[in-house]
Design a protein. Structure first.
Ligand SMILES: [Zn+2]
Length: 87
């Protein structure tokens, strides 16, 4: 489920953010990270909406969502817009 719009999407349409063992949030592009994870659509509106409400930090149970990671995700979403649908 996307943290921004709250809609369920197939996994390949979502970007996963996971929490590392040491408590840092990481972008999980493979979807195989074992830590606690949350999802957002490949949609910049969804991401910004989730950021505004601090949903990532809350969902991952971390204090602060790193700005660097936010930039990384923004770049990935903008890039992902041209990502073809997988079957
Ligand atoms: Zn969404």
């Amino acid at each position: 489920m996307c943290l921004g719009c709250g809609e369920s999407q197939p996994k390949h349409k979502l970007l996963r953010v996971a929490k590392d063992n040491d408590g840092t949030a990481v972008l999980d592009l493979t979807g195989k990270h074992s830590g606690r994870g949350c999802y957002v659509c490949y949609n910049i509106d969804c991401f910004q909406n989730a950021m505004k409400k601090n949903k990532f930090a809350r969902s991952l149970r971390i204090k602060n969502f790193p700005g660097e990671l936010a930039n990384e995700i923004t770049a990935e979403i903008l890039k992902g817009k041209s990502k073809p649908d997988e079957k």
